[in-house]
Design a protein around this ligand. Structure first.
Ligand code: ADP
Length: 498
């Protein structure tokens, strides 16, 4: 059985650090890769060795599969952990890693391929009696046929990109009159985001909750689940608050969902850590949405309630070791809450906000975990996902985890960029969230910027505004490229996250 002695982390930011920490605990040497924009990043400094793999755009660095594999050969690396986003769900990369005689810390390329397409995934699980949202089993191009099917399913319906991810290429259609317009938008979004315009139709589940199950499978065919994560608080179909366990599941439904998730994993011969996503309606019927074949952003809440280090398990599995955790050994202990701290302005439609972390002081104390990749004084590069940190709290009960979260949010000091922290505080205090009666429509139903406690403008902030206005008028250039300043409407490069 191979032992991993040196691990390259093909990622950046908080997840690169999080993986390296476990590797270090296991006595494994770490190699960081970085782009020129990340030269001084924390993950670069933390690693035992670091290699620059290209310029700032991901396509020129973090996505350069061949360069990354060459680095592994040169530095005698045994294995690659892809983290999330970037190359993590790229079957060709997983295959190239395997062909180069390296270990890919993740599932087989075949599993990634099947689950990478929402339609192929549905087809793969067809024999396992997994509940699925009514819809078309294949991509649909004929509009007349699509409208006929939609009328049979009943509006509202959802048009989804088969290759979808990150909420892109997804359009809700309320009635037939809107069908053509939304179909055009879904197809063009799908083409520009995934280079594949195939779309399919699903019934739009009303009052939907997003509940997902963490699974772990080994290469011997043993598969277990580590309960659920509730991820219904979303903006633009993207998660911002996650927790475990979900406050709506009964032990029976949890058990049924867990078994369904294990079956989904079995359907594609899955090994490694994976997540099976379900949508749950107001009468607690659940339907399979898709499987994410990687470590999720929100994995820490599962780690806290189960006591299992998922990265450690991923490494053991990649080495070919059988799982030592049995389903019956696992219980849920306590409650964990996570908020994603994005450099986005909740008062301005969650638009990404570029800038430097002039102040950056993390909360601390009992039951608080911060997974981040930044320090005070660092700039948040515009090239990547604008997540600054994940703030996670843990308590005996949900109420305790929420109280700790509010305390931690209040302790978190960030200036220089707008963040989603005030929005997350609003969620934590909202009656619907507190009572557990909420769905994925929470933001559109309850949130307006007036709900935010206005930040107190410091003199420094005011100066920054004046400077930004001055820069805006004087159009700074650097190597012929406009220098991004703290302004709205900047283009962030999309990086698919969990
Ligand atoms: P992506 O891969 O783009 O993230 P998903 O299929 O995981 O797409 O869906 C993302 C989110 O969209 C879900 O968490 C849920 O909020 C919403 N959603 C997806 N499918 C449905 C559906 N059939 N009915 C209602 N909401 C849905």
């Amino acid at each position: 059985m191979p032992t991993i002695k040196k691990l390259l982390i093909a990622n950046r930011g908080e997840i690169a650090l999080r993986i390296m920490r476990t590797a270090r605990e296991m006595g494994i040497q770490t190699v960081a890769i970085y782009s020129e924009a990340d030269r001084t990043a924390l993950h670069v400094r933390y690693a035992d060795e670091s290699v620059c793999v290209g310029t700032a755009p991901s396509s020129e660095s973090y996505l350069r599969a061949d360069t990354i594999i060459d680095v592994c050969k040169r530095l005698h690396v045994d294995a690659i952990h892809p983290g999330y986003g970037f190359l993590s769900e790229n079957a060709n990369f997983a295959r190239a890693v395997r062909d180069a005689g390296l270990i890919f810390v993740g599932p087989s390329p075949e599993s990634i391929e099947v689950m990478g397409s929402k339609l192929a995934a549905k087809a793969a699980v067809a024999n396992y009696n997994i509940p699925m949202v009514p819809g078309t089993p294949a991509a649909i191009t004929d509009r007349t046929e699509a409208k006929r099917i939609s009328a049979t399913i009943g509006y509202p319906i959802l048009i989804k990109a088969s290759a979808g991810g990150g909420g892109k290429g997804m359009r809700v259609v309320d009635n037939e009159a809107d069908f053509d317009e939304q179909m055009d938008r879904a197809v063009s979004e799908a083409i520009s985001a995934f280079g594949d315009g195939s779309v399919f139709i699903e019934k739009y589940v009303t009052s939907p909750r997003h509940v997902e199950i963490q699974v772990l499978g080994d290469q011997q065919g043993n598969i277990i689940h580590l309960f659920e994560r509730e991820c219904s608080i979303q903006r633009r179909h993207q998660k911002v608050v996650e927790e475990a366990p979900s406050s709506i599941l009964t032990p029976e439904i949890r058990d049924a969902m867990g078994r369904a998730a294990v079956d989904v994993a079995r359907a594609c011969g899955y090994y490694g850590a994976g997540t099976v996503e379900f949508i749950v309606n107001d009468t607690l019927d659940f339907y399979f949405l898709e499987m994410n074949t990687r470590l999720q952003v929100e994995h820490p809440v599962t780690e806290l309630i189960t006591g299992v280090d998922l990265v450690r398990q991923m490494i053991y599995i990649a080495e070919g070791k059988p799982l030592t955790i049995k389903q019956e050994d696992l219980t849920i202990k306590g409650h964990a809450m996570e908020v994603r701290v994005y450099a986005e302005d909740p008062a301005n439609n969650f638009l990404p906000d570029v800038g430097t972390l002039d102040t950056y002081v993390r909360p601390q104390g009992n039951g608080v975990r911060v997974d981040d990749g930044f320090e005070q004084g660092m700039a948040i590069p515009i090239y990547y996902d604008p997540m600054i940190a994940k703030l996670i709290t843990y308590g005996d009960t949900r109420e305790e985890a929420i109280q700790k979260m509010i305390r931690a949010i209040d302790e978190y000091q960030i200036s220089g960029v707008q963040t989603t922290l005030p929005f997350c505080r609003f969620v934590m205090e909202h009656d619907a969230f507190r009572s557990g009666h909420f769905d994925t429509g929470f933001v559109s139903k309850y949130f307006t910027p007036d709900n935010l406690t206005p930040p107190t403008n410091t003199t420094e902030d005011q100066l920054a505004v004046v400077l930004a206005a001055w820069l805006m008028n004087n159009k700074p250039q650097q190597n012929g490229v406009s220098v991004p300043i703290n302004g709205k409407g900047s283009k962030w490069k999309a990086n698919r996250l969990g």
